[in-house]
Design a protein around this ligand. Structure first.
Ligand code: GLA
Length: 420
């Protein structure tokens, strides 16, 4: 299944509408109203981390959204700002990097690295600071991905017109990138937050399994599907390297995850399970062991996705003796939006998540994050996604904007809040 990614294009609309109403009296189901219970408080007895994904510009940076996040989450995920494209501040700096940095990797290989990227004047530090001020944490998303990563990262002399680099150079670049970002965040936490973590988990790698994988041929995403990682390595060793470097540089009390979508499909899941096996197989290596704590199930599902199929996927991942995190939950309403029907689907899913939660005795679901705040800003209402869903607007989230532009709860929210 081919999916398109257009990110939170509606955030702008939402920002404008919502800010107009800030000073008016709150309607009974405004998400800030005292009568409206807190999403995270309702579920944190089951899952340690409960939250929502946001973007910086039109959401996290706005006071009125911050108030909602403080109330309804204990963890957020940045929709874009911690991805390689953004960390590299791609569009503003390239193509004029200062190629005068040097880095020596764990194998002793010495490479040239750009000294003017990453540029921390982008949003990374602001996001950390706002989380600190709100008293919430963050899932770090994402260190390695074939998408939203500048093409030049993979090419000789950081010039996308030149050939791809070889494996050992790419290993060194990957180690440099992971070390640079992770240490920047951890140094920030030391300086500004008494060393307490804002980022409690990292998605070390995202979406490496092929959509065309089958149970007989559980292959990785290949060159045709647009992975330069696969083009350079030809196998899953880049994932093993990523989990080695993450283990080396990320604090031991911060979780490391592999994140992917469409886990209910048998072929795709076989490919993911194979990836997990490869990473886990190196956990006891004497030099540079890997570490993985959880499988991140993105969970961009449809109201027609069978709960039993989803639960089977959870159970398959749990056989690997790692936890599961629901990292990007949204439920496409497909051809027809019936608020009560969506509410019931959400309820079934949350009940099933709770049934499979992590406990003191067993691995299980330890975190749930919903992918976006409201239906106006969801990526599912980008033109490509609407087309994918039969040219029908989608209503996949827990909040919506009412006609006065207020952020209000949907039936789906009210229904899951009855679970306790
Ligand atoms: C994937 C990625 C996310 C985001 C969504 C679309 O699920 O993991 O970072 O890009 O697609 O919004």
């Amino acid at each position: 299944m081919k999916r398109f990614r257009i990110l939170f294009f509606g955030a702008l609309i939402m920002g404008n509408l919502f800010s107009c109403k800030a000073s008016f009296e709150l309607s009974p189901n405004n998400w800030l109203n005292d009568n409206v219970p807190s999403f995270s408080k309702n579920f944190e007895k089951y899952f340690q981390h409960v939250g929502i994904a946001v973007t910086y510009e039109n959401e996290l940076s706005k006071k009125i959204i911050q108030d909602g996040l403080k109330k309804h989450t204990n963890s957020i995920t940045m929709g874009n700002e911690f991805k390689p494209d953004f960390v590299f501040n791609n569009w503003e700096i390239w193509p004029k990097p200062n190629l005068d940095g040097r880095f020596t990797d764990s194998d002793g290989k010495n490479i040239t690295v750009p000294s003017n990227v990453p540029n921390w004047n982008n949003k990374v530090d602001n996001c950390l600071q706002i989380c600190k001020d709100l008293g919430i944490q963050m899932r770090g998303h994402v260190l390695l991905w074939h998408s939203q990563t500048p093409a030049w990262f993979f090419h000789e002399d950081f010039d996308k017109e030149k050939p791809l680099v070889d494996k050992s150079t790419m290993n060194a670049r990957l180690e440099w990138y992971i070390k640079t970002l992770v240490e920047h965040v951890q140094d920030w936490e030391k300086k500004n937050n008494n060393g307490k973590h804002i980022v409690w988990a990292w998605d070390v790698a995202n979406e490496a399994a092929s959509d065309g994988a089958t149970t007989d041929d559980p292959r990785l995403r290949n060159a045709e599907e647009g992975s330069k990682w696969f083009e350079i390595y030809g196998d899953e060793s880049f994932l093993i390297q990523a989990f080695r470097y993450a283990n080396k540089y990320v604090s031991k009390d911060v979780e490391l995850c592999y994140n992917d979508y469409n886990c209910v499909y048998d072929g795709k899941r076989s490919s993911i399970l194979k990836i997990l096996d490869s990473i886990i197989a190196h956990k006891n290596d004497l030099q540079m062991p890997t570490r993985i704590n959880a499988m991140g199930m993105q969970s961009h599902i449809s109201k027609n996705t069978k709960v039993t199929d989803f639960e089977k996927a959870i159970k398959d991942f749990l056989t690997k003796d790692i936890d599961v995190q629901i990292t990007e939950l949204d439920i496409a309403t497909e051809e027809k939006y019936d608020p009560q029907e969506l509410a019931e689907v959400y309820k079934k899913y949350f009940e099933m998540f709770i049934k499979n939660r992590k406990t003191e005795k067993s691995k299980g679901i330890s975190a749930v994050t919903v992918w976006g705040i409201n239906d106006e800003t969801t990526w599912l209402n980008s033109p490509d996604q609407i087309k994918w869903h039969g040219n029908v607007k989608q209503y996949p989230l827990l909040f919506e904007l009412n006609s006065s532009g207020e952020m209000v709860t949907k039936k789906a929210f009210d229904e899951i809040m009855k679970i306790n």
